[in-house]
Design a binder for this molecule. Structure first.
Ligand SMILES: [Zn+2]
Length: 434
């Protein structure tokens, strides 16, 4: 097990106390510089910094939604009213893809960028990769914040081999000729490569890659899916997670593989809420809810109680690696969640249940809601792809249906479909047909 840095092993209570000081300073900065938060907090009845209190009182403050920020963008201020820094302080501007076509801009000061790299380096280093090793990456970072995470590999002291997305031959050649110890991919692409290799009788297991670091979408922490990836690659699979507006690799899993540690400790405060009511939930072992994050020492465009739309499960038990603080595993995106007769269902959780039926299934699923919107009437149609040599079999469909009912309390209609008939992705998978 690789050793965690001192900053990551300090008792969590000490971290929270230090974070409380940072939070108060950050709030004073927001009152001073952020037109967006001055107005938002005043409208919520917090006219001054004194009324706001410290971290213990944070749950009384309003949440921040991405669309509120977007609504403040104007031709004169395309970043939004939450912009706090002057143009001369800003050294980089990333963008997020945005579903409406117009990107959201994410500005950073030099200090913000350095903090992002520090946090990302911790998150990735938790995986066990070490100075002097080679790492091949497959992100087309382009305008996206993932670019800042790539700088973390220099910080760790790795030899970074960027190959980008969508050129599998180039990637496999780089692995064969340059012998990297680690590869960074989305879980979907890692799974695609297992199939790609099997179809070409290429032995991925005998490659130099000992660690596969997955990020960019949920899935790397689903036990059955992870097992499939680990067997296919003959490598240890750990995941990392961030959110564009807050930071690129905020969380990273260690070799114990029991949830992601907060690499961004000291930079970000973590809360959990009920996604439907917005009520704060206690961050205790086993709790599930939507992650809400607050910048603690950000300068360019800090966010307060930002809704990430990531639905997570929390672990607070001690970890053998020595890192302290809560860990999370992402169950899915709040946006992908369906409610079937009052029960919350995440497509990634459906995939996890189905994947346990390997080797009879390929692990690919597609949830096909009958009605638009979140609320669905049972049974929920789920297409489950068979493994290449498996035949459709009513007993298998029934067994999957029964397991989904048992574990997720959802009535499903399971349709077995031939191997290769559901879409594959070299980037991120769609688990729901919209
Ligand atoms: Zn650990």
């Amino acid at each position: 097990m690789n050793s965690a840095a001192e900053a990551e092993t300090r008792p969590w209570a000490e971290q929270v106390a230090a974070d409380d000081d940072r939070y108060r300073t950050q709030l004073a900065y927001l009152f001073d510089r952020s037109a967006f938060y001055r107005e938002k907090l005043r409208a919520a009845g917090f006219a001054s910094i004194r009324a706001v209190g410290g971290l213990a009182d944070i749950a009384q403050l309003p949440l921040t939604e991405k669309r509120e920020i977007r609504a403040t963008c104007t031709p004169d201020n395309p970043i939004g009213a939450h912009l706090c820094a002057t143009p001369s302080e800003i050294v980089r501007i990333y963008s997020t893809s945005g579903t409406t076509g117009t990107p959201s801009y994410i500005p950073l000061t030099a200090g913000d960028l350095d903090n992002w790299v520090t946090a990302s380096a911790r998150s990735y280093q938790a995986s066990g990769i070490a100075t002097g090793q080679r790492i091949v990456t497959t992100y087309n970072a382009g305008p996206f914040v993932a670019g800042a995470a790539l700088a973390a590999f220099d910080r760790i002291g790795l030899c970074h081999v960027p190959v980008g997305t969508g050129n599998t031959e180039r990637l496999m050649l780089a692995i064969e000729l340059l012998a990297p110890e680690a590869a960074v991919l989305t879980p979907s692409y890692a799974a695609y490569l297992v199939e790609w290799a099997a179809e070409r009788n290429t032995d991925l297991r005998s490659s130099s890659v000992q660690r596969v670091l997955v990020a960019g979408e949920p899935g790397g922490g689903e036990p059955a899916f992870r097992t499939m990836l680990e067997e296919g690659w003959g490598a240890r699979v750990t995941e990392a997670m961030g959110i564009g507006d807050i930071g690129p690799a905020l969380w990273g899993e260690c070799e114990a593989q029991d949830g992601m540690h907060l690499g961004a400790r000291g930079f970000v405060h973590v809360e959990l809420i009920d996604p439907e009511t917005g009520t704060a939930l206690e961050v205790v072992d086993g709790a599930t809810g939507e992650l809400v994050l607050t910048h603690l020492q950000h300068r360019a465009a800090p966010l307060l109680r930002f809704r990430t739309r990531d639905h997570v499960e929390v672990r607070t038990t001690s970890c053998p690696c020595g890192r302290t603080g809560p860990r999370v595993r992402c169950i899915g995106r709040t946006d992908d969640m369906l409610i079937v007769r009052g029960v919350n269902v995440f497509p990634s959780a459906v995939r996890e249940v189905v994947s346990a039926f390997a080797p009879r299934v390929s692990g690919h699923i597609l949830v096909r809601p009958k009605a638009p919107g979140v609320k669905q009437e049972p049974p929920l149609p789920v297409s489950v792809e068979l493994a290449p040599d498996a035949a459709a079999d009513a007993a298998l469909a029934e067994a999957i249906r029964e397991r989904l009912r048992e574990l997720l309390v959802v009535q499903a209609r399971v349709d077995l479909v031939p191997a290769g008939s559901l879409g594959r992705s070299e980037y991120k998978s769609k688990l729901v047909e919209h």
